[in-house]
Structure formats: structure tokens, C-alpha cells
Write a protein that binds this ligand. Structure first.
Ligand SMILES: [Zn+2]
Length: 88
């Protein structure tokens, strides 16, 4: 199973997840490449790496995502501003 490494050490916490895999839902969209996910059942947080594989969300990764998220906001803001200016 692809998500096996995520479930390592979670066996006692949630048997269903370790057995069937986590049921991730997207909690936060960082940009078009990255999102944060949380398992509906055991509340494990995850994100995806550059290849699209889900990895456990550590505090370090959370910081990186936070930075990416704000960079993306900034980019969106600049784009909007630019296009608004262009339309006038
Ligand atoms: Zn789970």
C-alpha cells in the first residue's frame, strides 16, 4: 500500500487507518501544487511533496507551506492588481 509509511506507529491509535489507509480531505490549498490534508478518522495531518506523494505534515513542513501560501497570496494579489490596471 502506497500510504503505508504514513501509518507506521499509528497502529494502536487507529486500527481502521492502519488497515485501510487514511481518509484524507483537503484542509488548505497552498497553491496549485501543494495542499494540506487531514484524515477524517484519526486527524493525522499530511501534505504532499513535489511529486504529489502524501507525507506527514511536520511543523517544519507547515512553516514551508505557510510561506508558500503567503507567497501565492502575494502573487494572486499582484496578478489581480496588474490585470485590473490593464483593463482600465
Ligand atoms: Zn487516519
Amino acid at each position: 500500500m502506497k500510504l503505508n509509511y504514513l501509518t507506521h506507529g499509528m497502529v494502536k491509535k487507529n486500527f481502521r487507518c492502519s488497515f485501510l489507509g487514511h481518509r484524507f480531505t483537503e484542509t488548505k490549498k497552498i497553491n496549485i501544487h501543494f495542499s494540506e490534508y487531514q484524515c477524517e478518522i484519526c486527524k493525522l495531518q499530511a501534505t504532499n511533496d513535489s511529486r504529489g506523494h502524501k507525507i506527514t505534515l511536520t511543523s517544519k513542513l507547515k512553516d514551508i507551506n505557510e510561506t508558500l501560501f503567503y507567497l501565492n497570496l502575494k502573487k494572486q494579489f499582484i496578478n489581480r492588481f496588474y490585470f485590473q490596471k490593464k483593463e482600465q
